[in-house]
Design a protein around this ligand. Structure first.
Ligand SMILES: Cc1cc2nc3c(=O)[nH]c(=O)nc-3n(C[C@H](O)[C@H](O)[C@H](O)COP(=O)(O)O)c2cc1C
Length: 147
């Protein structure tokens, strides 16, 4: 069974990007499943908090879900030519601690989609994938971006 974890970059109840992930989950072919993870409850990154308590439980749960998956599907809106702060914050937590990055991300296929795909998000994905490569030796496979 191929298992993909989806993360929406929007917390909004009516989020188009969350709806996109739910639609993808409902359309997976046989032998594959998309499990939609959640950023809900992830606090703002604070190095003091991390030093005292480690990664918070919602972050640990998301990291474990990604670690046991084959790939990661990020669906995010564009906010001011970048990704939403809450989404970047979640990614920042997921990258902690750096020594755990290989366990979580090594060998993962990562794709970024959006209800509206914008050039700025393409640049963000390139940066994120480069980080995964550096942190965990993951393999980069780029494909054509949608309209
Ligand atoms: C703070 C903020 C900044 C935004 N910046 C952009 C932008 O730069 N480009 C764009 O096309 N849409 C922008 N939008 C519109 C959102 O991308 C749009 O509302 C999107 O549907 C939100 O995603 P969601 O439906 O998954 O919550 C912005 C919205 C907000 C709230």
């Amino acid at each position: 069974m191929t298992r993909i974890v989806g993360i929406s970059g929007s917390l909004r109840r009516g989020s188009y990007n969350s709806a996109l992930l739910r639609a993808a989950a409902a359309s997976m072919p046989g032998g594959a499943a998309l499990v939609v993870g959640s950023m809900a409850g992830i606090p703002l990154y604070d190095g003091d908090d991390e030093a005292a308590n480690g990664v918070p439980p919602p972050v640990a749960a998301l990291k474990d879900a990604i670690a046991t998956a084959d790939g990661l599907l990020l669906a995010t809106p564009e906010y001011n030519n970048s990704v939403p702060g809450v989404f970047k914050n979640a990614i920042d937590w997921l990258s902690r601690p750096p020594a755990d990055a290989a366990r979580v991300f090594a060998g993962k296929r990562v794709a970024l989609v959006g209800a509206k795909v914008a050039e700025a998000l393409r640049a963000y994905l390139a940066g994120f994938v480069a980080w995964i490569e550096d942190a965990s030796g993951a393999e980069r496979k780029t494909g054509p971006a949608g309209p």
